[in-house]
Design a protein around this ligand. Structure first.
Ligand code: ADP
Length: 446
């Protein structure tokens, strides 16, 4: 059985042809009537041919002109619309009359072009403002698509991951180490170490759609400084209250212990109980002394002045400090010669604390302490490396009072970090990755 043949529908005559045929049809009766009248009338053959030829010629030419008159403006309109569609808003249609139908259509198209042009300008301005805000803002922004691949990042984001966007675009959240943040509650504060900085970060997540696909916006703000300042203020208030109360009690304890000692000496008894009494009073006086020294060192934490910055040679400072503690030789591995603008007295205090801690850690292990420095045009970093037992955990290191040493005060690291952050820098203590021991990194802007 053969399939029935389907005759394709005839394409409608193009608009141009239809206009031409209609114009011809409109003129046809007049021309036909003229020709008939010429033949019916008693005219010489020459006249008939001349007038007939003229009528037919005028008919054909008039039809062609009419066709042009209708088709041309339509072509102009379609060219204008095509230009608008392609985003070229510079074309303008010239109108001879703005009050006829064609003039009105052209005027509307010109106005449409003007509206689209100003809308595009507005969108471009808004986009460039958004770009400028995104790149200048000190908050890291990342956008991930529904397959958790990075689609966008701003300059703070590049700094946080220490990579240019071109190198990380399209990488998965897992490979960038951001997967955990994409899943956590929002907003939430995380303790984290990124390639360039460690600290506390507030992470916020927002969902949005682009080209119909769901995306996730990750906004990461460094809240280390503000949280630390709040924490520090709380500690400072506590220390102020405690030192006031303790000092008030220590003064009479010390003076009473001194007076009782004199009484015991004057009584001059030789009995064992008198010895015990004197030894007890000695201990009370010594402990009261050390407690008041301890309290005054805490008071320093509450009264740390703002850094008084001036330029100095970092290498010279490091060498001087390395020679201070005689318990163990400290090796200086010289870095590049560099000047730093900072408070030399405060940085000296930090380095003394770091070197002392490193030596404390090495004494029992018979390890070595190395100090070196490095940097670029923006930053200087001093590294104090030891071969001690390393640190058990970083959670408590920077909490005032935390110490694992019998005569420690637990103030060295808090004070040191306060100084580093007062300079706009950081202090990190971590276990070494290459060997046993810890490394302290003090980083300050130059
Ligand atoms: P302190 O030295 O008076 O104890 P710090 O604030 O300087 O106070 O140090 C706090 C604690 O941090 C120390 O008691 C020690 O347990 C730990 N610590 C600091 N530096 C090191 C290090 N290099 N290696 C091991 N532990 C360290």
């Amino acid at each position: 059985m053969t399939a029935p043949r389907v005759t394709p529908p005839r394409p409608p005559p193009p608009h141009e042809r239809r206009v031409f045929l209609l114009a011809l049809a409109a003129g046809l009766p007049g021309v036909a009537a003229t020709l008939v009248l010429l033949n019916v009338g008693d005219y010489p053959a020459r006249t008939v041919w001349t007038v007939g030829g003229f009528a037919v010629g005028a008919w054909i030419v008039g039809t062609a002109i009419l066709r042009e008159r209708i088709i041309r403006p339509l072509q102009t309109l379609s060219n204008m619309l095509a230009a608008l569609r392609e985003g070229d808003f510079s074309l303008r249609a010239r109108m001879s009359h703005s009050d006829d139908a064609l003039g009105l259509a052209l005027m509307e198209i010109n106005m449409l072009g003007e509206t689209l042009r100003s809308q595009r300008l507005g969108a471009l301005e808004a986009t460039s403002l958004l770009r400028a805000v995104m790149s200048e803002i000190d908050v890291a922004i990342f956008a991930f698509d529904d397959s958790r691949q990075l689609r966008l990042s701003n300059r703070a984001g590049e700094r946080l991951l220490a990579q240019r966007f071109e190198r990380i675009a399209g990488r998965s959240a897992e490979s960038l180490g951001l997967a955990e943040l994409l899943q956590s509650d929002s907003p939430r504060v995380h303790d984290r170490t990124f390639p360039e900085r460690s600290g506390r970060w507030e992470v916020r997540r927002t969902a949005f759609r682009q080209e119909g696909r769901p995306h996730t916006l990750l906004v990461i703000t460094d809240v280390t400084k503000s949280l630390r300042e709040e924490e520090l203020q709380a500690w400072q208030r506590l220390v102020r209250v405690l030192s006031h109360e303790i000092n008030n009690s220590l003064a009479p304890i010390k003076s009473l212990a001194g007076s009782l000692q004199e009484v015991a000496v004057r009584a001059g008894g030789a009995a064992d109980s008198d010895d015990d009494l004197r030894r007890g009073l000695d201990i009370i006086a010594a402990r009261a002394d050390s407690l008041s020294r301890f309290m005054s060192s805490y008071a320093r934490l509450a009264r740390l002045p703002a850094p008084n910055k001036r330029a100095f040679d970092l290498g010279a400072l490091v060498r001087r400090i390395a020679a201070l503690d005689a318990r163990l030789p400290v090796t200086v591995d010289p870095g590049p010669s560099m000047e730093v603008r900072a408070d030399a007295d405060q940085l000296e205090q930090v380095l003394i604390n770091l070197v002392r801690n490193a030596i404390d850690a090495c004494l029992s292990e018979r390890g070595a302490v190395h100090v070196t420095w490095q940097g670029d045009e923006g930053w200087a970093e001093v590294l104090v490396t030891d071969e001690g037992p390393g640190i058990g955990g970083t959670t408590n290191l920077f909490i005032p009072f935390f110490t694992t040493k019998p005569d420690g005060s637990g103030i060295g690291l808090v004070l040191s970090r306060q100084i580093a952050e007062g300079h706009g820098g950081t202090l990190i203590i971590e276990n070494r990755s290459d060997a046993r021991g810890a490394v302290a990194r003090l980083r300050v802007p130059r």
